[in-house]
Design a protein around this ligand. Structure first.
Ligand code: FA5
Length: 347
């Protein structure tokens, strides 16, 4: 009686035992070489088939295939296990438990100012405005002189300025109005542009004043632009942000770069009879505006006898406060994630 089947089983089991005991991928390669490559157990068995008596050939072929298949599966599984173990070992840090659950990832959110800016950009671009940007470190010329505020003019005291160089040529822009002049220099009428951005003032902070805050400039220059166009645009802006008409008042305002100039104030939503946000007045200064002064048109290279225009300087930080019921402007740039978490945008 032939012992062949038993021998094959023993061969397979001993190969599998060596695979199980292998400590490295190199050990596995040695087993594979001995068993599967030329001259190995399987190849030798296959080569011997033609020499066997007829009835034994089929059994020998099946045995060779079984050894090959089972051994290969065991080699693959062991290799994967050794590699996973090596990876874990390479990352081993005292006290690190790879089986612990990872902390839940915090969901980020757009800053409320960014959310409102994006809405305003959508609104104004739908009306044919372009969105402009300007430098935050600005030349004195653009921040003041070209806006009809010469040196030693008392209007310079309206905005306390961070100066960036001893000669006073460079300033942190105190408003977004310099973008008006830059827009006029590089474009020909009709001009319709907005310019949202950060501005800086060296002033004491309180619930409605920050040293760093956001404004959004608006500029329209064309033939026959009137105060009527200005007021209509201001109303469209506020209706777009609040979804309804909100109570506003328009009063004369002085800004050297507009004539006539206006202050558009919004009714304070935080009180009925005065609070720290509205400085006890029940009104919040929000949207100064006016018809562009002819000296500014000239500084921007535009003929004031042919063109007129209006400009506005939206207090964007204050608009965001009104929109979301934020009672202190200093929350906006505090970087406090508990505050920011409240502004997850839906959708
Ligand atoms: C200006 O900055 C003008 N450039 C606006 C302008 C543009 C007028 C174009 C006419 C034509 P004012 O200093 O008032 O104006 O500031 C504009 C708005 O910024 C204010 O109405 C207010 O809403 C907001 N604002 C002013 N100072 C601060 C501050 N410290 N913190 C937060 N918001 C402020």
């Amino acid at each position: 009686m032939s012992q062949q089947p038993v021998d094959h089983e023993v061969t397979l089991q001993s190969l599998l035992a060596r695979v199980a005991a292998a400590a490295t991928v190199e050990d596995l390669r040695a087993v594979a070489r001995e068993a599967l490559e030329q001259g190995g157990v399987v190849a030798t068995l296959l080569a011997s088939i033609p020499t066997l008596p007829g009835p034994e050939r089929k059994a020998a072929g099946q045995a060779a295939n079984r050894i090959k298949t089972e051994l290969q599966a065991a080699l693959d599984a062991k290799k994967a296990a050794l590699e996973a173990g090596a990876l874990l070992a390479s990352r081993h840090v005292e006290g690190f438990d790879p089986t612990l659950r990872a902390p839940r990832a915090e969901r980020g959110t757009l800053h409320p100012v960014t959310q409102v800016v994006r809405e305003l950009e959508d609104l104004f671009t739908s009306m044919g405005f372009e969105v402009l940007d300007g430098p935050e470190i600005e030349l004195d010329w653009y921040n003041f002189e070209a806006l009809n505020i010469p040196r030693d003019h008392p209007a310079r005291d309206m905005q306390d300025t961070f100066r960036c160089d001893p000669a006073g040529q460079l300033v942190l822009r105190t408003h977004t109005s310099p973008v008006q002049v830059r827009a006029m220099e590089t474009r020909r009428p009709p001009i319709r542009a907005i310019a949202p951005g950060k501005v800086f003032r060296q002033e004491t902070t309180d619930a409605s004043h920050e040293h760093t805050f956001h404004q959004m400039e608006g500029l329209v220059i064309d033939e026959d632009v009137s105060v009527g166009h200005l007021i209509h645009t201001m109303k469209t802006l506020l209706r777009g942000v609040f979804g309804k008409d909100i109570e506003v008042r328009l009063r004369p305002g002085y800004f050297p770069f507009v004539e006539p100039g206006f202050e558009l104030d919004a009714r304070c939503p935080f009180c009925k009879s005065g609070c720290s946000v509205c400085k006890q007045s029940t009104w919040i200064e929000l949207l100064p505006c006016g018809m562009v002064h002819e000296n500014v048109l000239k500084a921007g290279g535009i003929d004031p006898t042919r063109y007129s225009g209006f400009a506005f300087g939206l207090g964007l930080s204050r608009l965001v406060m009104l929109r979301y019921g934020i009672d202190d402007v200093r929350h906006l740039l505090s970087g406090d994630t508990r505050f920011l978490r409240q502004f997850h945008r839906i959708g």
